[in-house]
Design a protein around this ligand. Structure first.
Ligand code: CA
Length: 686
């Protein structure tokens, strides 16, 4: 721990300044000159001296005593709850004054009145000033735009059969195939054939077809064969005005307001607090009924607004990290960063994960800018998720978007993933090596003909585990085998951020034909889906979806972001390649090893001198596979390359841009020509 020498003094200043009964309860007795509390909040406080509260009943719970309001607010002088008839507008019907607890920093009040279906806000007084009203940080139901929390009967939000609902059983994360999608992208296009466009309940519609007759919606997911959808932020976020839905606003949603409530713009009626909760549960059940798990993208690392956020309005100065000069630190690049290393923020994140897993049956979590969080918090997150749902798993971005006061060795970085046994990280190594650098649009990668990326692709193939034939010092990004197990790596070539794979191929192969770009796309994804680790794809790439070259489409209109499902017919052959690739991976455990030891033993790279050529075998009936040996050759260059294959009875699984897990034909080995931007996969059982 970095212990600032002035921590204790500043703490006393802070407490003295707040000066209420609650403050005295924290038993700091020194007398120091009074200062402006707002200034003190920005200084370096030893937050470990503050009381924390471990209970799961914060803000609102219902017991036989009545409705219990409990707000954790250790700096407050006074706290009120206001009760409203509606989610917005009108005067408060009642106001309750809360009483502080001496040991926990929690203010509470129990009402035995019938408050069901009312709305409420908290209001906190600090530094002799009443802050703006807030629904708190723990609201589980809200009115339109999340201004006020709602008191609802949760039993009325459960779809029929919910008590028996569960997601697919997952023994190892490497068995999972992740499909990252945004609700609007997936269903909003006029060609989707879906009625509830951009809504949670779009996934309830079966039998939907594109205008030219291909399956869309949930039927498309089943046809493709993915195991889990990863939905972009689906908690209540700020950037869309839920009272103006006909204006068709678009946003990715990385600006959280109410972390424990679904987003209203994905509901059919955001004014009704039941609607968003019930419909998200219906969506989850529909996916579960189809055998598909649901992963939520969670963004605890920052909020959309800073001053005036629910965190600042409940416990100002506590939830965000600050720099030595008192300004908000900004490792998120979004204006702030939260402080998971402080106990109450850690409790908040862990309890929130537990809540989504229990109440919504969520099967996994993707942590945005995970390295803003500390290792201890992430381990606790993985533990709690698995405690509730043994099939649940957690992965995240093992980096930050800027510097942080959190010491590097405590950050949940990909380079620290050996300290987090049940967490996986995205491999930017394989991503950039296969298709070219993510910020340099015209840069090529291994699959598009740029030499020098071979060793980094190999790092991807072995899921960044230690392998005797790889020289990690030649890696483009990380220079060591950072993963202690292939279960800690998510492999991908594209996601919602940056150019889609299609757009990247257009920018980096400007003179190539569409056919050549499709070849490169197939090769890139073949590398991802046959590598050790867990494969991840961006929705729509199976139909060659583009975003017209827009790399940061977070608020671009539907015309940029929507997937045109008529393309599924146009690129049916590419879609079938993806489908067959997924089927290949699911049928063969050799691609899904679970220990670094197995990977090191069973994967053998061939000695290849040519650029943009990788040849390797997965041997020894790896991980119980029926295939004794699988030979994989990747040719990323613009010209055909010859490889020499050992003489044996091989079945051809992939060649010249075609792939079939049951075999395209047979060969006895020898010299085989591998087409430009293509994969050759052979298998033998003896
Ligand atoms: Ca919202």
């Amino acid at each position: 721990m970095n212990h600032h020498p002035n921590n204790d003094i500043d703490m006393r200043k802070l407490l003295l300044n707040a000066g209420s009964a609650a403050m005295i309860a924290f038993s700091l007795v020194s007398v120091v000159p009074q200062t402006n509390a707002q200034e003190v909040y920005r200084t370096c406080v030893n937050y470990n001296l503050l009381p924390a509260y471990n209970g799961e009943d914060l803000e609102l719970s219902q017991t036989s005593e009545g409705f219990n309001f409990k707000l954790w607010s250790p700096f407050a002088q006074e706290v009120k709850v206001k009760i409203y008839k509606n989610g917005v507008g009108g005067e408060a019907e009642k106001t309750f004054n809360l009483t502080p607890d001496k040991t926990t920093g929690v203010w509470s009040y129990t009402s035995n009145e019938d408050l069901m279906n009312k709305f409420y806000t908290f209001q906190v007084k600090v530094n002799d000033q009443w802050l703006d009203e807030t629904p708190g940080v723990w609201a589980k139901a809200v009115g339109v735009n999340g201004y006020r929390a709602a008191i609802i009967d949760f039993s009325k939000t459960n779809p029929e059969g919910w008590e028996n609902d569960r997601g697919p059983k997952v023994d190892n994360i490497t068995d999972v195939i992740i499909y990252e999608m945004h609700h609007r992208d997936f269903s909003v296009h006029k060609n989707s054939g879906i009625t509830n466009k951009g809504k949670f309940v779009a996934l309830l519609e079966d039998g939907t077809l594109s205008m030219n007759g291909e399956k869309t919606g949930i039927d498309h997911l089943k046809e493709l064969g993915i195991t889990h959808v990863h939905i972009l932020p689906s908690y209540d976020y700020n950037s869309i005005d839920e009272s103006q839905l006909p204006s068709n606003q678009y946003n990715w949603g990385y600006d959280p307001i109410n972390y424990n409530v679904p987003e209203g713009s994905y509901a059919t009626n955001p004014v009704d607090p039941y609607s968003r909760i019930r419909e998200m549960k219906q969506m989850i059940k529909a996916l579960h009924d189809a055998g598909i798990g649901v992963i939520m993208d969670v963004v605890y690392n920052h909020t959309g607004i800073t001053e005036g956020s629910n965190f600042e309005l409940t416990a100002p100065g506590y939830y965000y990290r600050k720099r030595e000069d008192g300004t908000f630190s900004d490792a998120s690049g979004c204006g702030n960063e939260t402080a998971s290393d402080r106990q109450q923020m850690r409790n908040f994140i862990v309890n929130s994960i537990k809540y989504w897993t229990e109440e919504f049956h969520i099967d996994g979590f993707r942590f945005d800018l995970m390295a803003i969080h500390d290792v201890e918090t992430m381990n606790e997150v993985a533990r709690i998720a698995k405690t509730v749902n043994p099939s649940a798993f957690v992965y995240g971005e093992g980096w930050t978007a800027g510097d942080s006061p959190l010491p590097v060795d405590q950050r949940a970085l990909k380079e620290n993933v050996d300290k987090m046994s049940d967490i996986a990280v995205f491999s930017d190594d394989i991503r950039d090596a296969v298709k070219g650098h993510y910020t340099d649009e015209t840069d090529k990668g291994f699959a598009t003909g740029k030499p020098g990326n071979e060793e980094t692709v190999k790092i991807g193939i072995v899921a960044a585990t230690a392998h005797p034939q790889i020289n990690y010092k030649k890696g483009n990004n990380s220079k060591f085998a950072y993963a202690s197990s292939p279960t800690q790596i998510i492999n991908y070539v594209s996601c919602h951020d940056d150019l889609t794979l299609t757009d990247k191929l257009i920018k980096s192969m400007p003179n190539a034909s569409t056919e050549d770009r499709i070849s490169a796309a197939k090769l890139a994804q073949t590398i991802v889906f046959t590598s050790q680790g867990t494969p991840f794809m961006f929705a729509g790439e199976e139909v060659f979806r583009d975003k017209q070259g827009v790399h940061n489409s977070y608020k671009s209109p539907d015309s940029i972001n929507a997937i045109d499902w008529n393309q599924k017919k146009e690129y049916r052959e590419l879609f079938d390649y993806y489908r067959n690739l997924i089927a290949l991976r699911k049928a063969h455990p050799a691609f899904r090893m679970t220990t670094a030891k197995e990977v090191a033993k069973n994967i053998v790279f061939d000695n290849v001198k040519e650029s943009n050529l990788i040849s390797y075998s997965i041997k020894n009936n790896a991980n119980g596979d029926e295939w004794k040996e699988i030979k994989l050759v990747f040719n990323g260059s613009d010209k055909a390359q010859d490889v020499r294959i050992v003489k044996a009875d091989w079945t051809v699984i992939a060649q010249d841009g075609k792939l079939d897990k049951d075999g395209l034909g047979n060969t006895t080995g020898g010299v085989i020509k591998v087409a430009p931007h293509s994969a050759l996969i052979l298998a033998r059982t003896k």
